[in-house]
Design a protein around this ligand. Structure first.
Ligand code: NAI
Ligand code: MG
Length: 385
């Protein structure tokens, strides 16, 4: 088989810093691929074509523009057409129907950022978190079906619901409506992927984290589909929790949870919550997976305040672990496991630590205080490899 081709989209800010670090690690581990670079700007046609052709992409991060600034930067002939700007990654998810987001949150022993709690005997406990969040990635509140000052037909449709009586007297321009649309097919697919993953990786529980007692239609549909999918997995327990209570339990018994499945917004929230227990943004990796295409990216953004620091101080591990998820998806499990073990060894040895791991204030002075630079972290991983 020939060399694989991977589309790389560094984006901007620290995306441009961490992505090349991940490529260095992949190459050092013996993953042979051709990299085609696409800018990572808001979805230029070329990027879309490259991803359509090669099916797999690694993404750094890109700065989202606020609505007003994006509108001001639009070419004059496109202004005032009711177009709105979406973050490129949200655009990519929709364009390629990357409907399954996977966010593993797994403790690396020895990470000073690991969650600790006080046990019943007064001593400190460091529970080993091993949760993987499956977030529906294209629907719900992030699908963008929303209005301020809704047009007549929308207002009338809303008004046909008895519970809308509470809003009928509100002036239209003071009314903002964001819809939460779930479809049975997508609920079904995220649940199927979650259970299949749990079975494949030996997890004995899957938790649906929604709010079906209040958001009856959408959360209710997710839970109903999870129950149907569960029938094929008698060896796995199905639990359901409410997102608010789940956030509270995060610091009580996070080690009890295995695979978690949620709609778009609650999945976003719960995955950040779990990521906070295992090192935060410097460690949080993610995959966006469709039926044909996979796009892999760290959870963090472009961190503009650190973008221009030279040498860079940001932690490349989140980006490296995202590249490792790509390897798993491509069937390169052996290389993936070696890189993951190398990252674990660097964290456990504790000799080379980025500023976040040392709990230092970010900035140029972090290096003088003993923090490793971005490239020193990568070098340490490569040295173990
Ligand atoms: P951010 O994730 O870029 O940074 C927040 C803070 O987290 C940073 O200031 C830094 O203290 C820490 N941090 C982030 N990455 C780190 C790393 N690798 N190592 C160590 N510390 C790290 O979030 P923020 O500041 O809210 O967003 C900045 C821009 O990025 C915005 O324009 C936002 O819209 C965009 N963004 C883009 C994403 C994407 O492209 N997928 C995802 C999230 C945000
Ligand atoms: Mg988020």
């Amino acid at each position: 088989m020939g060399k694989r081709t991977v589309v790389v989209m560094p984006g901007d800010g620290i995306g441009k810093v961490v992505l090349p670090e991940a490529l260095r690690v992949l190459e050092a581990a013996g993953f042979a691929a051709s990299w085609v670079e696409a800018g990572g700007n808001p979805l230029p046609q070329r990027t879309v074509e490259l991803i359509a052709e090669h099916k797999v992409a690694l993404f750094g991060a890109i700065t989202s523009k606020p609505k007003e600034r994006a509108a001001a930067e639009l070419r004059p002939e496109l202004r005032d057409r009711g177009l709105s700007y979406y973050s490129p990654i949200v655009g990519l998810r929709q364009r390629f129907d990357l409907d399954v987001s996977v966010r593993p949150c797994v403790t690396f022993p020895g990470n000073p950022l690991n969650f600790v709690r006080r046990g019943a005997d007064g001593g400190l406990e460091e529970p080993r978190v091993n949760a993987v969040i499956f977030r529906q990635n294209t629907e719900g509140l992030y699908a963008g079906v929303e209005w301020t000052n809704p047009p007549d037909n929308v207002w009338q449709a809303l008004d046909s619901h008895p519970k809308f009586a509470a809003f009928r007297e509100v002036p239209r321009e003071d009314l903002a409506v964001s819809t939460r649309i779930f479809t049975r097919a997508k609920c079904r697919r995220i649940c199927e992927e979650a259970f299949a993953y749990a079975a494949r990786h030996g997890y004995d529980n899957v938790t649906v984290c929604e709010k079906p007692n209040v958001i009856r239609e959408t959360s209710g549909m997710m839970l109903a589909e999870a129950r149907k999918v569960h029938e094929a997995y008698p060896g796995i327990q199905l639990w359901d929790t409410n997102i608010d209570a789940q956030m509270m339990w995060l610091t009580k018994n996070p080690e009890d949870y295995g695979v978690i499945v949620a709609g778009n917004m609650f999945g976003d929230i719960i995955s950040d919550g779990f990521a906070g227990l295992v090192g935060g943004l410097g460690f949080a990796a993610s995959a966006n997976i469709g039926r044909e295409v996979g796009v892999f990216e760290p959870t963090h953004g472009s961190a503009p305040k650190y973008a221009e620091l030279s040498p860079s101080i940001v932690n490349p591990i989140a980006m490296i672990l995202s590249a490792v998820m790509m390897l798993d998806w491509l069937g390169e499990g052996e290389i993936a496991a070696r890189i993951r073990a190398a990252v674990a060894a660097v964290v456990a040895q504790g000799r080379v630590r980025s500023y976040d791991m040392l709990k230092l204030r970010g900035g140029a002075s972090a290096l003088a205080q003993g923090a490793a630079s971005t490239s020193a972290m990568t070098d340490a991983v490569i040295a173990v490899l």
